[in-house]
Design a protein around this ligand. Structure first.
Ligand SMILES: Nc1nc2c(ncn2[C@@H]2O[C@H](COP(=O)(O)OP(=O)(O)O)[C@@H](O)[C@H]2O)c(=O)[nH]1
Ligand SMILES: [Mg+2]
Length: 381
């Protein structure tokens, strides 16, 4: 009987459904045959590959999405407000009233707040990483370092999870996907602090610079400030998101060139809703009118939102993973390989045996072994 089944399989070999037939003959279960009969084998060339999209969508819906945004800039530039504006819901927690001693922060203290946001059944875990007090001190030299360390620490913990022998099916992703850098609306030029920060950090994370509180600039001031900033970024070799070298094709380049021409976005934030012409809008009410933050005639907040959420979120995550994290990973694993090669060629672990010490077989470094790499990495930390 089995032989006859496999013969049948051979007859209908041209059809894709054949695959399941031959599986069935192996299983020697007659029931699935009925399933096979349901699908017409010969009357159509339609295979149904496009259904993979639906499968992916359902999987993604089940898993949900993670997006980690970091905001950096001096206090009072509107970081928390902008995050609230961005996700409409109150995303960043209102900071607790600081007492007198806490008001002047001594160090850069980094806080993460996660929120589960849901829209049309799509769940997203959004984490906002706030860096209160950045650049608030008198001497701001090297104040980018704690932020760099934080970002690298997230890569490190991801790497540690990844090289575990028994690794998790889904590694929790705390890597910073995007860093929004708030430039104060001075209308002059970038400060050395801004240049230093972006110069160092653009190598490890996607930076999206914005001009904060853009409502304090006139249109001319805004345009010339934007232009100055673009020139300064170029002069200092600072590559902000979307980086030209990561454009994938001509279409990408065209879309991203437009964004690059507009960088940095001059944004206004607000978490207050007002009624304007019968519509509820997020805005800032002043004596002379109301600024609608989502109105592109008023400010460039909508462009920032579209970039981060509607058009480039997946790309931002991809670049984090395939460029920034990859660079970190390669460097770390190379470092640990150097550790091995700098060991004496005859394995030192063999020698203790003569001293009567127990053989430490599992700890013996194996130059390309995963376990060995893990050892070296965790020792180094
Ligand atoms: N004019 C103006 N004020 C803003 C803007 N965004 C926030 N603010 C105000 O600036 C102050 C500080 O904002 P906050 O979000 O707490 O700043 P953070 O310290 O950077 O988080 C608050 O009074 C906000 O209402 C803006 O775009 N324009
Ligand atoms: Mg804040």
């Amino acid at each position: 009987q089995e032989e006859r089944n496999s013969e049948q399989g051979a007859v209908s070999e041209r059809s894709e459904v054949n695959l399941s037939h031959s599986n069935m003959s192996e299983a020697t279960k007659p029931q699935p045959q009925a399933k096979g009969e349901k699908t017409p084998i010969s009357d159509t060339s339609y295979v149904g590959i496009d259904a993979i999209l639906e499968q992916m969508r359902r999987k993604a819906m089940k898993q949900g999405f993670e997006f980690n945004v970091m905001v950096v800039g001096q206090s009072g530039l509107g970081k928390s407000t902008l995050m609230n504006t961005l996700f409409k819901s109150k995303v960043s927690r209102k900071s607790v009233q600081p007492n007198v001693e806490e008001r002047i922060p001594k160090t850069v203290e980094i806080k993460s707040v996660s929120h589960d946001v849901e829209e049309k059944g799509v769940r997203m875990k959004l984490t906002v990483i706030d860096t209160p007090g950045f650049g608030d001190q008198i001497n701001n030299e090297n104040c980018w370092q704690p932020i760099m360390k934080f970002i690298n620490d997230q890569y490190e913990s991801y790497l540690q999870e990844e090289i575990n022998i028994n690794r998790k099916k889904r590694i929790p992703d705390s890597r910073v996907h995007c860093c929004i850098y708030f430039i104060p609306p001075t209308g002059h030029c970038l400060r050395p602090l801004d240049v230093e920060f972006m110069r160092h950090l653009s190598k490890v994370v996607n930076i999206v610079p914005v001009i904060a509180k853009a409502d304090t600039l006139t249109l001319e001031e805004r345009d010339s400030f934007k232009k100055t900033i673009r020139e300064e970024l170029r002069a200092n070799g600072i590559d902000v998101y979307p980086q030209k070298e990561f454009d994938e094709d001509a279409e990408d380049r065209m879309i991203n060139d437009k964004i690059r021409e507009m960088t940095p976005f001059a944004v206004v934030g607000s978490d207050q809703e007002y009624q304007v012409n019968g519509k509820r809008i997020l805005g800032r009410k002043t004596k002379w009118g109301t600024i609608e933050v989502e109105n592109i005639a008023h400010c460039e907040f909508a462009y920032l939102r579209d970039l981060l959420i509607r058009t480039h979120m997946q790309n931002i995550k991809d670049i984090t993973c395939s460029i920034h994290y990859e660079t970190y990973r390669v460097r770390r694993l190379n470092e640990s390989n150097i550790l091995f090669t700098s060991n004496p060629p005859d394995h030192p672990a063999v020698q203790p045996k003569a001293n009567g010490q127990p053989e430490e077989q599992p700890a013996t470094p194996q130059p390309n072994g995963v376990a060995a790499q893990h050892e070296a990495l965790s020792h180094e930390m």
